[in-house]
Design a protein around this ligand. Structure first.
Ligand SMILES: Nc1ncnc2c1ncn2[C@@H]1O[C@H](COP(=O)(O)OP(=O)(O)OP(=O)(O)O)[C@@H](O)[C@H]1O
Ligand SMILES: [Mg+2]
Length: 220
């Protein structure tokens, strides 16, 4: 589904460009589970934003279903993002003026389904509240519910459990595993202890490089 061939990303800021991702090659197929580990600043979010077609590589080749997204129009990428990709942002990114239920419904589902998803992340009683009226962890759980609601082929989760206690973190990991069982490719970035289990492959990033190359992933 998604292939990266020696993909790099340099941020040209000031006099010292930052090489956030350095020659990463990997393949992600339907039903795959991939954990991206690495310390703060190692390039996890940058990698996920590129996989989500939100940030273009500055080197290498990326393909989505055999197509090069960055040779297409912004409208093409927007359509693929909307129809195929779910993203849980590190910061949540809910719309502040909508209730949690309405935020989840933005993924194109009805209120009853939104309530079911919010219930599964422990937020049933808060579905009518706006993001500003709930805690940071509750916002994060609502963001996970919204990303799951779209039934995407690719689910990209950037630190979805970073602000959660153990029970809620486990609930979120269960939801990611279910999305995978439904056939989605799921990528989870974490610098913490989140561990979705041994059925997931793991890559570790250090300064933008994969340091534990697997069969389908090469080191830089
Ligand atoms: N827009 C940007 N402009 C300049 N540098 C950036 C930009 N975005 C990220 N970087 C740099 O790229 C590197 C990788 O950042 P990234 O956000 O991908 O790390 P991360 O692994 O997600 O870290 P964290 O665990 O703290 O979220 C860092 O050195 C960061 O400062
Ligand atoms: Mg990050």
């Amino acid at each position: 589904m998604i292939e990266l061939h020696t993909v790099s990303r340099v941020f040209a800021t000031g006099d010292s460009p930052v090489q956030a991702i350095n020659a990463v090659s990997l393949q992600i197929n339907a039903g795959d589970g991939l954990v991206v580990r690495g310390p703060s600043g190692s390039g996890k979010s940058t990698l996920l934003h590129m996989l989500g077609l939100m940030l273009h590589p500055t080197g290498g080749v990326m393909e989505f279903d055999g197509q090069r997204p960055w040779s297409h129009t912004p409208a093409w990428r927007a359509r693929v993002r909307r129809q195929r990709i779910g993203f849980v942002f590190q910061q949540g990114h809910l719309l502040p003026w909508l209730s949690l239920r309405d935020n989840v419904m933005l993924a194109g589902i009805d209120a009853a389904k939104a309530e079911v998803l919010l219930d599964r992340v422990g937020l049933h009683a808060r579905s009518g509240h706006r993001p500003g009226q709930v805690s940071g962890g509750e916002r994060q759980r609502a963001a996970v519910a919204r990303a799951l609601a779209g039934g995407s082929d690719v689910l990209l989760a950037d630190e979805p459990t970073g602000t959660l206690d153990e029970a809620n973190a486990l609930a979120v990991l269960d939801l990611l595993e279910e999305a995978r069982a439904d056939g989605a490719a799921v990528v989870l970035a974490t610098h913490g202890a989140a561990d979705p289990g041994d059925k997931w492959a793991t890559i570790s990033l250090e300064r933008g490089c994969i340091v534990n190359p697997l069969e389908t992933h090469t080191a830089c």
